[in-house]
Design a protein around this ligand. Structure first.
Ligand SMILES: [Zn+2]
Length: 96
């Protein structure tokens, strides 16, 4: 399963169940029914998304990994990653 990064707020159980019921067992992006489904934040919580049903989206594992990659490219997770880098690394950057 996903390794949740620090500060990640998972949805409460009832919100997850409501989101899955609303999606009727299908990915809300591609409509597939044959892949495991995950309840994800529509607006990433690093960008101020909330843990309510309005911000829940049901995605298959394919769409979920695509969405995460898109968000990384768009720099949505930049703040979190910067903080992680700042606290973890004290040596010079390997490329410097
Ligand atoms: Zn999908």
């Amino acid at each position: 399963m996903t390794a949740y990064r620090e500060g990640y707020q998972p949805f409460p159980g009832p919100v997850k169940r409501a989101a899955l019921a609303r999606a009727e067992g299908r990915c809300q992006r591609c409509g597939r029914e044959d892949l495991p489904l995950q309840v994800d934040h529509w607006v990433n919580d690093a960008s101020g998304g909330s843990n309510t049903i309005d911000n829940a989206v049901v995605l298959c594992t394919n769409c979920h990994s695509m969405k995460s990659a898109t968000e990384r490219q768009a720099g949505v997770q930049q703040r979190t990653e910067q903080r992680r880098r700042n606290t973890r690394w004290h040596e010079p950057h390997p490329n410097s």
